[in-house]
Design a binder for this molecule. Structure first.
Ligand code: TNX
Length: 491
């Protein structure tokens, strides 16, 4: 059997094989548009890989020779994202309680098929070699350890060179490894990357440049809504971040009235942090925050709005607490829950607010207040750290993060005072101070993101680098077929 990442909870091979043929059909439960969409996604993947068309039909019961996707018959204990995948000589049945589970079962089926079938759009039926389509019979039962399995992309320091298409490619790659949250760091000192209709200069002026004076860019609201919908079709929630009250030079440069002295600073193209702050005593600051959060909330189906709160080194402590407390109220007034970097644990967190751990003990303080925590320890999960001293790209303030180091940690053990019950899940951030192109982005993200995906999904017991590195090596051909520019999988 091909190596599966993330490792399933259990997989028992049963000693025979199933071969897809041009008679294979995909069957789904009747009257369910979401299942029709997942069936179409699978048919599209198989079609691209084999140059054939598999019909998607509805069926009351699994049919011989079919790949059945059904919401009947799954164990309730598998929850909302779990699935059972049963391959027999007669066919494949994927059963789940919710459509998300079927989507993940489809990703596992995809990994069971040969890696060379990835990225084959344009093949014709004559190229199909039936031997390529044989998979061992197996019974897989699988469900995630954590509900939040994310990656963060900083589109502020550098805006993706290929715009929304680059982000969609990343979304597709995340889906293959069962990740379900894409946190977009939309604003920072060097750029504001989402059009806010009530404050258009944020994007027009604040989005016009990037680090080193590189080209800027921003998402229109229509483009952003399109990304949210595309991600949703891959069971990924987009989590928007508007970084406040520091990391705001791009906003301050766009509107002089947001500055305490009424004077707009120049756009900033260096990579220092901690020098900018919104003007905490001006009422227009809160009008600005309210307008931005209202527009962002309207674009966000999920429950959380991330409001940054990190490295506000030029905002006095008392001002920070007053400001973030008010921001928390504004987020709630727009029907959302506040998410912020762990520095925000300095305020009294409201029920439902959550923080993101990255470098110190503040998240433990949030947990002691009853808040949920997302684990992004820089020394293990920061995708912008160099792999080793020879890596040309990236930073190293948190040390080098080898492929092994990105895999070898546990969310419930890495930081004292944060119990498993307080942990929503894991997220790997890619800050883009040094990242200009999709190729560079992929080099830093892959393969470390696969390890983060496994930490978020697979049971802690039994995970080991020694075993994982072999499975990871087995994914080189798949990433190659997908055209991913990855760092060597195992050093
Ligand atoms: C720290 S992590 C930051 C970012 C930088 C990053 C570079 C965090 C909340 N703040 O502003 O981009 O380091 O690694």
């Amino acid at each position: 059997m091909n190596p599966i990442i993330p490792l399933p909870v259990s997989a028992v091979e049963t000693g025979a094989a199933f071969t897809l043929t041009d008679n294979t059909t995909i069957t789904i439960d009747a009257n369910n548009d979401e299942l029709a969409a997942i069936g179409g996604y699978l048919a599209g993947w198989l079609g691209a890989a084999g140059g054939w068309e598999l019909p998607v039909t509805t069926a009351a019961a699994p049919r011989a020779g079919a790949i059945a996707l059904t919401l009947s018959g799954a164990d309730a204990s598998l929850g909302a994202e779990g699935y059972q995948l049963t391959v027999t000589p007669e066919g494949v049945v994927i059963a789940a309680n919710r459509p998300a589970g079927l989507f993940y079962g489809v990703q596992t089926l995809r990994q069971l098929l040969p890696a060379e079938l990835e990225g084959q759009a344009g093949r014709s039926a004559q190229d199909v070699n039936l031997a390529d389509w044989t998979i061992p019979t197996v019974v897989i039962r699988d469900a995630p350890r954590f509900g939040w399995r994310g990656m963060m992309l900083d589109v502020a320091r550098h805006f993706p060179a290929g715009g929304v298409e680059d982000v969609k490619r990343l979304i597709d790659l995340m889906a293959l490894y069962k990740l379900n949250r894409l946190h977009l760091h939309l604003t920072d000192d060097q750029g504001w990357r989402l059009m806010i209709e009530s404050w258009p200069r944020l994007a027009e002026v604040g989005g016009s440049m990037a680090v080193d004076g590189d080209p800027g860019g921003y998402f229109t609201q229509a483009e952003y809504a399109g990304l949210v919908a595309y991600a949703a079709s891959r069971y990924i929630d987009v989590v928007p971040e508007i970084d406040l009250p520091g990391h705001t030079n791009a906003a301050l440069a766009s509107y002089p009235e947001l500055n305490c002295d009424g004077t707009a600073p120049d756009l900033y193209t260096d990579i220092g942090v901690g020098f900018s702050s919104l003007c905490i005593d001006k009422e227009i600051t809160y009008q600005f925050v309210d307008d931005v959060i209202r527009e962002v909330a309207a674009l966000t189906p999920g429950p959380f709005i991330h409001v940054g709160g990190d490295e506000a080194l030029s905002t006095p402590e008392a001002d920070y607490v007053r400001f973030m407390t008010r921001v928390q109220q504004i987020v709630q007034a727009h029907g959302k829950q506040m998410l912020a970097w762990e520095e925000a644990a300095r305020i009294e967190l409201a029920p439902g607010s959550a923080v993101q751990h990255w470098h110190d003990e503040m998240a433990a303080h949030a947990a002691s207040q009853g808040a949920q925590v997302i684990m992004s320890p820089a020394a293990h999960s920061y995708l912008d750290m160099k792999y080793d001293d020879t890596t040309a790209l990236g930073l190293n303030w948190a040390g080098n993060v080898s492929v092994e180091k990105a895999y070898s940690w546990d969310p419930a053990a890495v930081q004292p005072g944060i119990a498993e019950s307080a942990i929503l899940g894991v997220e790997a951030p890619l800050w883009t101070e040094t990242v200009r192109t999709l190729e560079e982005l992929e080099y830093l993200v892959f393969p470390r993101l696969l390890g983060i995906a496994e930490i978020g999904w697979s049971p802690a017991a039994g995970r080991s680098w020694k075993e994982y590195r072999v499975r990871l090596a087995g994914h080189a051909a798949r990433l190659e077929a997908l055209g991913v520019n990855f760092h060597p999988l195992v050093e």
